[in-house]
Design a binder for this molecule. Structure first.
Ligand SMILES: [Zn+2]
Length: 250
């Protein structure tokens, strides 16, 4: 018997969803709990979750953009369901994930590639150090550090230097001046970084999650989503598209 394939699928940051070609049941497979890995699904055979069906079928297409992009893409579904608070949480988290990705690329993967000694133990040790150093950082410290790395052209030429930079990472977290941002040679990047410095999405997020329990409007969601997309996709384009998959063996 030929296994049918699903013709209707949806990929999100946490789930892969697919309509069963036999019974039309809409299945939701969680990447962490059901699929048990975060890799791109190619030609994956799954079992329909409807207890009256349980047929096997094929999921042909999956989509995994970098995590920060998936969080923005997921907003569309959340918006349709009018879950506006979650949209704002996703958008703010996409910024934070982008800053963290940038630091991993600049302090781990690029120096690791330069050294060519491929000392994976050292890479893992410094990766843990970076994680521990920034684990409790609020949005604005990550944002400041990201901006200061760009305005000061901070580059690491090896993992030992990354180690020193990370031990002093707090030194890079002071608020950048507008003058420093305007001195970035790439005018497009400079304008985007200035917008990043002024974004209020994190403040809106704080009003939602703290005791005020603020509930945002659709207008706030739409303007925050537009702003996030323009800033992050724009900056990512200027920086040469950061993609962790390029540096990791999967
Ligand atoms: Zn089914």
């Amino acid at each position: 018997m030929v296994i049918k394939k699903s013709t209707e699928t949806r990929s999100t940051y946490e789930n892969v969803e697919a309509r069963c070609p036999y019974c039309s049941y809409w299945n939701i497979y969680n990447r962490a709990s059901d699929i048990k890995n975060f890799k791109l699904l190619i030609e994956k055979i799954v079992v329909c979750q409807s207890s009256s069906c349980n047929f096997k079928f094929l999921i042909e297409k999956d989509l995994i953009n970098p995590a920060w992009q998936m969080l923005i893409l997921d907003c569309e579904v959340l918006k349709q369901r009018k879950q506006y608070s979650y949209c704002i949480l996703n958008l703010t988290q996409s910024f934070e994930m982008y800053f963290a990705l940038f630091l991993r690329v600049e302090l781990l993967y690029k120096p690791f590639g330069i050294e060519k000694s491929y000392n994976e133990n050292l890479l893992n040790k410094i990766s843990d150090l970076l994680f521990e150093s920034t684990r409790k950082w609020p949005f604005y410290l990550l944002r400041n550090t990201f901006i200061n790395f760009i305005t000061n052209k901070i580059k690491s030429n090896g993992l030992e230097q990354s180690n020193s930079i990370i031990l002093d990472l707090k030194l890079y977290s002071s608020e950048p001046t507008n003058e420093a941002i305007k001195s970035i040679e790439d005018n497009k990047l400079s304008d985007l970084i200035l917008r990043l410095k002024n974004t209020q999405v994190n403040i809106l997020r704080n009003r939602i999650i703290h005791k005020y329990g603020y509930r945002p409007t659709v207008e706030e969601v739409e303007s925050s989503k537009d702003e996030t997309e323009q800033i992050l996709f724009g900056i990512d384009y200027c920086l040469g598209v950061l993609n962790e998959r390029r540096y990791l063996y999967e």
